[in-house]
Design a protein around this ligand. Structure first.
Ligand SMILES: [Fe+2]
Length: 221
């Protein structure tokens, strides 16, 4: 039986996942300025990517994707900080409060966490989180697309711009910089896979500025 809180209820109940994820995210991040704007935009991007995951995963996959988008950065919230590695700190809280394991794994592994964890000597922290769910599934790839096409203040960016900004912000000696040769191509691959799925839905081989959907699809290479 999953643990619950009176306010957040049971996140495993069908149809309630996204609403409860949005509520928990707001409780933890809504006073955090740019991070909240980033989170809201990633959730919006994730909603746009839902058609990329439902053909293989059904409605449930879409709900899991959007819920994980709302929750992916909650590990930055001060009450949740434990290891100081936000993907795992967020996932640890979600697991301990009974969230579905798909969401837990997605948060733990989001946006190439395995690369920065390994470079920081924290790779063991991810051992208990399912890698197939967390970074090999179409849902995980769609979460990469949503997060990596959203800038730190919620603006739309290309994946290349996003990864370059991260390197500038963290510096050339950072773990992010040291693993960039592996992490950046992996992120580009996952985002491109998602765009290909979205492009397929409108009858194109791949997305291009000419087939931009409401002006928010971006080429990733
Ligand atoms: Fe993010």
């Amino acid at each position: 039986m999953p643990r619950t809180t009176p306010l957040l209820g049971d996140a495993s109940r069908p149809g309630e996942l996204v609403g409860r994820a949005r509520l928990l995210s707001a409780l933890l991040l809504s006073s955090s300025g740019d991070r909240w704007q980033h989170t809201r935009s990633v959730a919006r991007r994730a909603r746009e990517a839902v058609p990329a995951v439902t053909p293989t995963g059904g409605q449930r996959a879409g709900e899991v994707l959007v819920a994980a988008a709302w929750l992916h950065d909650i590990g930055y919230a001060a009450p949740l900080v434990d290891h100081g590695f936000h993907p795992v700190d967020g996932a640890q809280h979600l697991r301990s409060t009974g969230w579905p394991e798909e969401v837990v794994a997605l948060v733990a592994h989001h946006s190439g966490a395995r690369f920065t964890a390994a470079e920081s000597g924290l790779g063991h922290l991810l051992d208990g989180y399912d890698a197939d769910l967390g970074h090999r599934s179409p849902v995980a790839q769609a979460l990469v697309w949503a997060d990596q096409t959203t800038g730190p203040a919620g603006e739309l960016v290309r994946v290349e711009e996003r990864t370059a900004e991260v390197l500038r912000r963290h510096g050339p000696d950072s773990a992010q910089a040291r693993c960039a040769a592996e992490r950046v191509p992996a992120l580009l691959h996952d985002a491109a896979a998602t765009e290909a799925r979205l492009a397929h839905l409108v009858g194109r081989e791949r997305c291009s500025p000419a087939c931009a959907h409401e002006g928010v699809w971006y080429l990733t290479a």
